[in-house]
Design a protein around this ligand. Sequence first.
Ligand code: ADP
Ligand code: ASP
Ligand code: MG
Length: 458
Amino acid sequence: MIVMKFGGTSVESAEAIRRVAAIVAARVQQKPLVVVSAMGKTTNRILAAADKAAAGNLADALNSVEELKDYTRREALSAAGEASAKQVEAILSREFSSLESCMEAIAQRGELTPALWDEATSHGERISSAVVAIAFSGMGMNAAHLDAREVLITDSRHSQALPLYSRAYAKFKDAAVPLLQDQVVVMGGFIGSTQDGVTTTLGRGGSDFSAAIAGAGIEAEEIQIWTDVDGMLTCDPRVVEGGKRLRAVSFAEAAEMAYFGAKVLHPATVQPAIEKNIPVRILNSRRPEVEGTKIVGEVVCSTNPVKSIACKRGITTVNVRSLRMLMAHGFLRRIFEVFDRYKTPVDMVSTSEVSVSLTIDQTHLLDEILAELSKIAEVTVESQRAIVCLVGEAIRDTPGVAARVFAALARAGINVRMISQGASLLNISLVVDDSQVVNAVQALHAEFFAETDPEVFA
Ligand code: ADP
Ligand code: ASP
Ligand code: MG
């Protein structure tokens, strides 16, 4: 058994779904469990409609849902073919009227509560998985649809739920494994449900996580993450082009890259896979012949100390300066308690005798946080920053990496505003102005990847 996960762009149109069908059909011998994201930008579009409903513009919200339905219907009918049209219409009519009711509920409450956020966004994967299953059958595969909410049991932390692993694994064994013996099983990523049957989601980008949980649940031989790039690259292609493909990276490196913005993989994904020692491979659904990137349990040795450069844009730094001359004990605890109380994750920290600098990427509660911090310290804020993060397991043992980083940035005229070497010693992270991030990545890429180890880089 294998898990094959296809992201939004891989199922965005009838043509894309047909490509996916061909890829899956060529691997039926391996008994695939297929996990799909919502089609294209569906999740964003549902959220935009939900925001309108919450702001009291129900008519606008319903209009947006109607437009989403038109697009989905056109692509789904074309992918499924004439003979399955009735089935597609039935699914779309059921799911879209449920989504409309959801918009009405949001408008009535006047806010998008976390539970309604989950209920609304879940429609994307509910629809895509049902459509893809019908399309597979229409193309001659023996395919079955599995509602992820029946197997992926989670806690009730809406919009960022965590699986209840042993319960979810037991459900996968009972419900998915028997089906997989003679059918291709298709389920939606991202969504799950509590033990009481309330719909939950695993957070944005969560379909990768679903795939890993499913893989661990069925004890798959491999988890394949099919996306729109050839694999993990040495830099984010949306920031700087010309990155090289990595043939292999370690779980630890992949987790670090994902955490610092390499969107190609959801940060939590690798955890269930590591525990069961299941290899993960990233592949391109537009170029299935490319080998992709293998994510493995052991260290991947290379003559290049840096494997990839990730970046996270739109970052805010908060500088907290003790009101006394020296930091009293308990100062750091009090600062972190404030961020904790407002459930705002801190990505990077650097401290000196009298001040602490932190970075955050969620700023919706920043005013409240600043008000509280001002009671104990002097606080300043800088927005429009970016974190640039060099990842590689050999960074810890290779002298001079930091020196090369700073020399390359200095030559490019880039001012480094904050530095930290993670405790894992697997990365060096720095903060620069967001307007300089492209130059910074270019300069660092030229410095560290002018020559690459052919064993590790394609
Ligand atoms: P999917 O919809 O398949 O889940 P995502 O958009 O979540 O796809 O992730 C794929 C994208 O990740 C790529 O299109 C690419 O722009 C981005 N990305 C960021 N950093 C990297 C990297 N180092 N290597 C490859 N892709 C990256
Ligand atoms: N559809 C969800 C999102 O856009 C989950 C995913 O694609 O992984 O965040
Ligand atoms: Mg993704």
